[in-house]
Design a protein around this ligand. Structure first.
Ligand code: PBG
Length: 334
């Protein structure tokens, strides 16, 4: 054939392929999400094979393991005892609560590990929503902010480095920035859940924390989060959310879920100069694990490919439950 261009020239050997590779993946791209509970035993999370609810002591070991693999950032999620949950989620700003205690323990052992936290009421809410639910079933935007600011301050004073407002309600980043600055936490950053969609992919996570919306007789609690999380049908709206978060002082913008939303990652990458994070959420993880258990896919190849594709789409960082496995594979440990 009489061809001038033969793109296969640059695919001929692994050396050539590496030379022209456009994106790469490494352990410092990852943020490792970890679940912690107050019980005495490490509990496997059934819907997320390979993930656990750690005890405080075991959590520190797991964080040390992640550090040795090259991971430099974790995010913590608490499973709160039912007895501590309430309508206003006040346990979220208890200075001796599970999260502040976990932060202090980790910072004592590993001060350089970056600790990200989640700011929302759902793990602490007896109604299972991210904000306070009124008696007529409305999730209250403005009335919830005071507790969220207190939650962020308690996390920052325990040593959190990055605060992640995750409730997808209005004005969170600005209010939390002001609260942090007011207490001299200018150096604590905000990683905003900027474009967080109302998604069935969060199912296993809600099982892990027992945090799904509750059905009770005394008030009409909405059964999903669609009055505050975004409609999966929308992408222009993600740009509006990104612009607002930037104006309010966000340091990093996040898209969530990740895999079915690569177009949103790409669009935000075009629209903003801030770092973009992708959240490879629980449902995405569990699907891979389930197929791997059945022997239907090659887990290592599939996970590394998926994570690389987040980078290609425009993500700088990836929150992923595969973080330790992937870091091990990238370090040629298995
Ligand atoms: C809580 C929160 C959720 C996730 C992270 N923070 C669940 C939700 O919004 O219901 C989901 C993470 C995952 O599925 O991996 N605000």
């Amino acid at each position: 054939m009489d061809l001038i261009y033969r793109p296969r020239r640059l695919r001929r050997t692994s050396s050539i392929r590496a030379l022209v590779q456009e994106t790469s993946l490494g352990p410092t791209d990852f943020i490792y999400p970890l679940f912690v509970h107050s019980g005495r035993e490490v509990e496997p999370i059934i819907a997320m094979p390979g993930s656990n609810r750690w005890t405080l002591d075991a959590l520190v070991f797991e964080v040390e393991r992640a550090w040795k693999l090259g991971i430099r950032c974790i995010v913590l999620f608490p499973k709160i005892d039912q007895s501590l949950k309430s309508e206003d989620g006040a346990e979220c700003f208890n200075e001796d609560g599970l999260i502040p205690r976990a932060i202090r323990l980790i910072k004592k052992e590993l001060p350089e590990m970056i600790i990200m936290t989640d700011v929302a009421l759902d793990p602490y809410s007896s109604d299972g929503h991210d904000g306070i639910v009124s008696n007529d079933g409305v999730i209250l935007n403005d009335e919830t902010i005071e507790n969220l600011c207190k939650q962020a301050l308690v996390q920052a004073s325990a040593g959190a480095d990055l605060i992640g407002p995750s409730d997808m309600m209005d004005g969170r980043v600005g209010a939390i920035r002001e609260a942090l600055d007011g207490e001299s936490f200018e150096d604590v950053g905000i990683i905003s859940y900027t474009a967080k969609y109302s998604s069935a992919y969060y199912g296993p996570f809600r099982e892990a924390l027992d945090s799904a919306p509750k059905l009770i007789a005394s008030k009409p609690i909405p059964k999903d989060k669609s009055t505050y999380q975004m409609n999966p049908a929308n992408s222009r709206e993600a740009i509006t959310e990104a612009q607002l978060d930037e104006q309010e002082g966000a340091d990093i913008l996040m898209v969530k879920p990740g895999l079915a939303y690569l177009d949103i990652i790409y669009r935000l990458r075009q629209e903003s100069e801030l770092p973009i994070a992708a959240y490879n959420v629980s449902g995405e993880y569990s699907m891979v694990k389930a197929a791997a258990e059945k022997g239907w896919i090659d887990e290592k190849k599939l996970v590394l490919e998926t994570l690389l594709c987040f980078k290609r789409a425009g993500a700088d960082l990836i929150l992923t439950y595969h973080a330790c496995d992937a870091a091990g594979w990238l370090n040629n440990l298995g």
